[in-house]
Design a protein around this ligand. Sequence first.
Ligand SMILES: [Zn+2]
Length: 225
Amino acid sequence: MTHINAQPHDLELDVWLKQPENRVSVPDDAEIACLQEIHLGVVDVIPEALFFRRYADQDELWAAGLTHGAPGKPREEQLAKAYQQGRVAWAGSQGSRATGAELLFRALTAARQGHVWPDGFLEGPLITEAAHCRIVGELEAEIERNLEEAEAQSQAPILVLARQLGLRPEPAGKSPSAWYADCPGKRHRLMISSSSDQFGCGYCRVKGETAELEALAKQRKEARS
Ligand SMILES: [Zn+2]
C-alpha cells in the first residue's frame, strides 16, 4: 500500500474563493464527491455540493453553495442557481479518487472552522456517509482538545492584557494556542497565540506582541475621543 500523506506539502486552499481564477464554474469533468448541509454562521443552513476532479496528477475539490430546493434536481439546474462556486482545495494526486476527495474535504472543513461547519450528510457517492461522519468527528475531537489545551494557557500575559482591554479573548479551536479577541475599536476579531504571546489582525494587517497590542488599543482609543 502506498503511503498517504494526510497533510500534503503541496496542498493549497482558497476556501473563500478570493482568487478570481478559482471563482469559476465547476468544470463538466468534475464528479460529484458529496452533497452536504453546511452551517453558515449561527443560524443559516444551506446544501452544498462538493465535486472532485483528478487530472494531470492533481486532485481538486470544487464547492457550490446551493439553494434549499436544489437537492434532487439535475446537476445543471443545481449549479445554474448556485450562490457561489469554485475551486476550494487542490494538491498532488494521492491514492484512490475517494482517498483524494476525503483528504481535500478534511482540509477544506478544517480551514473553514469557526465560519462554516458540516451540519449533515445528504448523499455521496465518492465521499460516503461513513467517511463524512468519521472525518467530521475526528476534526470535532481535535477542536475539542485544542479548546481544552487553550484554556490551560488562559493566563498567558497577552490574554491577561486582552481581558484588561475588554477584548473578550476566547479559544479559537484551530490549535492548542489559538485564540480570537476583538480587534481594538473595530467590529472584527483578531488572532492571538497564547504560546508565543503574539497577536495578528489579517484585516488591519497589524501584528506584534503584548506591548504592541497595548499601544494599538491606546492609539485607537485616542483616535475616537
Ligand atoms: Zn483589525
